[in-house]
Ligand binder design. Structure first.
Ligand code: FEO
Length: 403
């Protein structure tokens, strides 16, 4: 059965939802599913903006057949070549061999690399700022390299103010009918997954996010819709989401609060973190999120790192090193360019306690602009009541650093 929705009177969402995929990019858990958004414009010419993952191809074709209602497909605009969007290009070319593909030089190179037979079709290679008319609608192409791949561009329809934003402004989560962000409680139900999506996938490229925001800033008053390749379409309160992107792209936290992440083998390090959290709450700081690094997917931890201003990292010492799951979290933070955070450390070990020094060295030498508080709690196997004053001092030091 076809499943389409109007974005505007002549622009349709014709994508597909996927609740069967367990790991996006075979890496990130997506318990709420994901959508592959594709959009079909029915102007004097018909235009498909991006395709869908191969798994959603049949749904895309059924949706297109319904909207086209016997008309041919005249143009295929490709903004992004990652296979979760480009996976159905080959099938589109087989079904509509006379279609003209519009994209840029790097994208055409990638199409050839992926084995799509673009050279036996009409192609239009566009450059930054080029415009193209489909009849009533005139679009312009704006390059957005590394948001998320080097070939990425966004397409702006100057006639109706629709920005086809590629991966930018996307989110994990299947739509399940609710196409528009104003049809869901985005802040409550979607923001965490939108942040998890963006920060894990494009977090490394903050400067590139800022660049596309700068370009969008020049035409902000003309943008009426943001149509990303995943997740809801934005037609109201666009600034809410743009401002989140601005923070994430600058590695600035959304909230003053504390992310507490612990690596605990037998519960003693966890117990110390619970005691510290209680002290912080006693002193009035209740905006705390605590996670066990061993049982929390690192993509969720990364999302939380981008949300909160402060962190407490607590780790046992393992093989004279940092506990592997905590080490992996640190490596992921570094890979995603996390910076501008204040961190307190708690270390544990039954002999040769090393984890605190090693984490501090990693944060100071391998990452940028990370402030590590001088106060640190060092636990020999388990925290005893005689360390109460140290716990107190650490809580005070964290709170002082939040002023
Ligand atoms: Fe959703 Fe970079 O692809």
């Amino acid at each position: 059965m076809y499943c389409v929705r109007n974005v505007t009177e002549d622009l349709y969402w014709v994508g597909a939802n996927d609740h069967r995929l367990a790991l996006f990019e075979n890496a990130y858990p997506i318990p709420r599913g994901v959508s592959y958004n594709s959009y079909l414009l029915t102007d004097e010419k018909t235009v498909l903006f991006d395709t869908v993952d191969w798994s959603g191809c049949r749904q895309l074709l059924e949706n297109m057949a319904h909207v086209l209602d016997g008309r041919p497909l005249d143009y295929l605009v490709i903004n992004h070549l990652e296979p979760d969007h480009a996976g159905s290009i080959e099938e589109i070319l087989l079904r509509w061999p006379k279609v003209t593909i519009i994209s840029n030089e790097k994208a055409f190179m990638l199409m050839r690399q992926f084995g799509f037979d673009v050279d036996s079709h009409q192609i239009v290679e566009v450059k930054e700022g080029d415009t193209f008319s489909f009849g009533k609608h005139v679009v312009t192409f704006v390059f957005a390299p590394m948001v998320h791949w080097p070939e990425v561009m966004v397409t702006f329809d100057t006639t109706n103010g629709v920005l086809f934003s590629a991966d930018a402004f996307g989110s994990f989560g299947a739509l399940d009918g609710k196409l528009f962000a104003d049809e869901v409680n985005f802040d409550r139900d979607w923001l965490d997954d939108a942040r998890r999506y963006l920060t894990n996938i494009v977090g490394k490229y903050g400067p590139h996010i800022r660049l596309i925001l700068k370009k969008a800033g020049g035409i902000l008053d003309q943008i009426k819709f943001i149509c990303p390749l995943h997740g809801p379409v934005w037609r109201k309160d666009l600034l809410y989401f743009i401002q989140k992107y601005d923070l994430w792209g600058r590695y600035e936290p959304e909230q003053k609060g504390i992310l507490m992440v612990y690596a605990s083998m037998y519960g003693n390090t966890e117990s110390a973190m619970q005691a510290l959290a209680s002290k912080l709450c006693d002193k009035g700081m209740t905006n705390i999120a605590m996670y066990d690094v061993s049982s929390t997917d690192v993509s969720q931890l990364i999302s939380e790192v981008f949300k909160y201003s402060h962190m407490v990292l607590a780790s046992v010492t393992y093989n004279l090193g940092i506990y592997p799951a905590m080490h992996n979290f640190l490596i992921d933070m570094k890979a995603l360019n996390v910076q501008n955070r204040t961190i307190a450390l708690v270390e544990n070990g039954s002999w040769a306690i090393k984890s605190g020094d090693l984490i501090q060295k990693f944060l100071s030498e391998e990452m940028k602009n990370m402030t590590v508080l001088n106060e640190r709690i060092s636990i020999a196997s388990s925290l005893h009541a005689d360390k109460e004053s140290e716990l107190e001092s650490l809580a005070d030091a964290i709170l002082d650093s939040m002023q």
